[in-house]
Write a protein that binds this ligand. Structure first.
Ligand code: NAD
Length: 701
């Protein structure tokens, strides 16, 4: 049963009951219309209340129906809303906790609305590249005014019911209940009070205008198009709300529907909806059920107070957990503590944090030089130098000092977590927690599951990631894990492009135009080109036959490590971060090309983008084959949350699916014929070749 029907004297109560958030799936919609019909034909009933069971009035569309025919099956949401409007007995919506999307649109179709305080009210469709498609753009402006409505529709963010109730002249809520507990009683009282009032009020009959009319909408359209450059939905939201001010209601509704359906088919909305589902899937680990018992983590210790250690500490301080920060010497410790203080002070300066909260958080920090301070920590995260010998020394010490059951984590970017685990007598308690820099900002956390990592350790790490608001993606152990293993191939391709005729600026421009936050060369300058240099030294000793462009080595030999040395692929003026193309680097690349006897070739943006993106995709296919990642959509999450891949393209795997895997493989065969590239690299991964041959995709394979 997805909605309950009860009577309270002369009032029928329809309670949406479709956990977790009373999504308006087919069965729920049908139960509502059945309830309306039953109440309509019962002579004893004089009014109807619609409310929600459990944690919400309604969170809107049922995401389990997304993209399936059931979403549109009659009664669809528009028909349910129409049935409310046409009821000849007054319908009162009683809102609490959450009233979002279709849930709010349903309430707007009722004759009266009463809300509990604290109810989160939103039309979040724009976040999925859509506009509210069941009258939201037509009714909300009529109920609360054009500007507040458009702000809500464009941001998609929730506003509390008590704030909305304060809007002068608003017709969204007829009443605010005293509390969620008294909501039903007050809704029943309201229903009885209005039972005989006629005509029944409808939001569609309210006037809708803006004093500045067209000028206001032009401003709004300009702002929306600048803020959401690659997304069509925000501008359509403006258009549709403007329609509410100048078209008869029914015509505005028809246009809204038309725009909604068109947006549904845009690649941007498909990408955003894919990521919405991917975000929910990523937390599920096939062999670790949700109810796996978790270890208690009430205190954290971080070993190493460098760039990463201090950033990682901030995450836990912000979540209210006590943190011990351990270093080998006073100067290093002072630097780490100063970085943490500096961050909080800047937050206070920007009014993102109160001074009081800053002091509270700093009081949770315990700087230490004494290994014995680790004895009581529930979780230890090691963030010392990226050197196996140093890691070995630290993990042997942790094994001696830490209490039984403590989780021992490493933030290593490239080292073998299984080898690190083997330095202890408790490899089951060891896990990789790979944060990204700056660790207090970046959403991504790769949770590296060692061969022996215990399931409860993994489950605890995932829960903890949620607590510190990270997107956690499980990765198996391999060199570079998911993200860096793929980026290495992307960087190799970027190098070949230089050898063949591109400049760093040309490559960056092409991939940034595609939507990446930053091209590979600007990214290298930011992260430090010496990091890749160190990796290459190791890699090409291990795999001497592997081809790569030597330009990056030449750059490092010239001491051009990036922003930190004021020079990298680009030049940087003192204290500035904006990249200026460097004549010296271009000359260096040309000389190198000439020394290899290569004639530069003009390479267009499309080839640049395809070579970079498909290099990610092919490596990702290997990663899936090896079981390093559980699903293609996890890889998409890694790339949009950690590597600046454009969200509106849905991640590399979703993008490749859209291009068509057949076309991806064709392009790879073409690249393999290029004598300056690496033919072995462009050999499609077996799973990719198979999917392409079968006409399948990664994400729905
Ligand atoms: P860093 O050089 O800034 O900091 C390392 C700190 O560890 C130094 O302050 C050092 O004094 C301290 N240290 C060394 N040995 C120690 C010991 N035995 N006990 C306590 N402290 C000790 O390095 P970082 O950039 O913060 O990197 C740390 C780890 O994080 C590395 O494994 C690195 O691969 C990984 N990582 C770095 C990044 C990044 O972008 N910098 C990103 C992800 C992961």
């Amino acid at each position: 049963m997805t909605a309950r029907y009860e009577t309270h004297g002369p009032v029928a109560v329809i309670t949406l009951d479709n956990p977790p958030v009373n999504g308006l799936g087919f069965a729920t919609r049908q139960a509502v219309t059945d309830g309306l019909q039953r109440a309509g034909s019962d002579a004893q009933i004089r009014a109807i209340v619609i409310t929600g069971a459990g944690k919400a009035f309604s969170g809107g569309a049922d995401i389990r129906e997304f993209g399936k025919p059931a979403a549109l099956a009659e009664p669809n949401l528009l028909s349910v809303i129409r049935a409310c409007e046409l009821s000849d007995k007054p319908v009162v919506a009683a809102l609490h906790s959450v009233a979002m999307g279709g849930g709010l649109e349903l309430a707007l179709g009722c004759h009266y609305r009463i809300a509990a305080p604290g109810c989160q009210v939103a039309l979040p469709e724009v976040k999925l590249g859509l506009l509210p498609g069941a009258g939201g753009t037509q009714r909300l402006p009529r109920a609360i005014g054009v500007e507040p409505a458009l702000n809500m529709i464009l941001s998609g963010d929730a506003v509390k019911s008590e704030l909305l109730a304060q809007i002068p002249g608003q017709k969204l809520f007829d009443r605010l209940a005293a509390s969620a507990d008294s909501l039903l009683t007050e809704a029943l009282a309201l229903a009885q009070q209005v039972a005989d009032l006629r005509p029944l009020p409808l939001v569609r009959h309210l006037k809708c205008a803006h004093p500045q009319g067209d000028a206001y909408f032009q401003f709004a359209r300009n702002t929306a198009s600048v803020m959401a450059r690659n997304l069509p939905a925000p501008v359509k939201c403006v258009d549709s709300v403007q329609n509410a001010t100048r078209l008869p209601f029914e015509e505005g509704m028809l246009r809204e529907r038309e725009m909604f359906i068109n947006l549904m088919w845009t690649p941007q909305s498909r990408a955003l909806r894919h990521l919405f589902a991917a975000e929910r899937a990523v937390a599920k680990i096939p062999d670790v059920p949700d109810d796996t018992p978790k270890r208690t983590v009430a205190s954290v210790c971080i070993v190493g107070a460098g760039t990463m250690g201090s950033g990682i500490a901030l995450n836990f301080l912000n979540a209210g957990l006590p943190v011990t920060l351990l270093e080998t010497g006073q100067p290093g410790l002072d630097r780490g503590v100063a970085a943490i203080q500096g961050y909080f002070q800047a937050q206070v300066g920007k009014r993102k944090l109160t001074a009081e909260k800053m002091h509270e958080r700093l009081a949770l920090l315990k700087p230490s030089l004494n290994m014995a301070d680790l004895a009581h920590a529930d979780l230890v995260i090691e963030a010392v130098f990226e050197d196996m010998a140093v890691k070995e020394q630290v993990f042997r010490q942790l094994d001696r000092v830490c209490k039984p059951g403590a989780i021992l984590a490493s933030n290593t970017s490239t080292l073998d977590v299984d080898r690190i685990a083997a330095f202890t007598e408790r490899p089951r308690d060891v896990i990789g927690l790979h944060f990204f820099s700056p660790a207090q900002v970046m959403k991504l956390l790769e949770v590296v599951r060692g061969k022996q990592t215990a399931k409860d350790v993994l489950a605890t790490a995932m829960a903890l990631a949620k607590k510190i608001r990270k997107t956690a993606v499980v990765s198996g152990v391999c060199d570079g894990f998911i993200g860096n293993r793929m980026i290495e191939q992307y960087a190799r391709q970027a190098g070949f492009l230089l050898d063949e005729g591109c400049t760093p600026a040309q490559v960056d421009r092409a991939i940034e135009k595609f939507g990446f936050a930053m091209g590979p060369f600007r990214m290298g300058d930011l992260a430090g080109n010496d990091i890749g240099w160190a990796i290459r030294k190791r890699r090409y000793v291990e795999q001497p036959g592997l081809r790569y462009s030597k330009t990056a080595d030449l750059l490092c030999e010239a001491g051009r490590f990036g922003q930190k040395t004021g020079a990298g692929w680009y030049d940087y003026a003192a204290g500035r971060r904006d990249a200026q193309p460097s004549a010296q680097v271009v000359e260096m690349i040309e000389k190198h090309r000439a020394s290899l006897g290569l004639k530069p070739r003009r390479i267009d943006d499309e080839e640049i983008v395809q070579r970079l993106v498909f290099s990610l995709v092919n490596e990702a296919a290997h990663i899936l084959e090896e079981g390093i990642a559980a699903r293609a959509s996890d890889i998409d999450m890694v790339y949009v949350t950690g590597y600046g891949f454009p969200v509106w393209r849905g991640g590399p795997m979703h993008y490749a699916d859209g291009v068509g895997l057949f076309n991806v493989v064709q392009a790879m065969h073409r690249f393999a014929r290029n004598p300056l590239d690496d033919a072995a690299f462009w050999q499609p991964a077996p799973s990719l070749a198979q999917l392409a041959a079968e006409g399948k995709t990664f994400n729905n394979a």
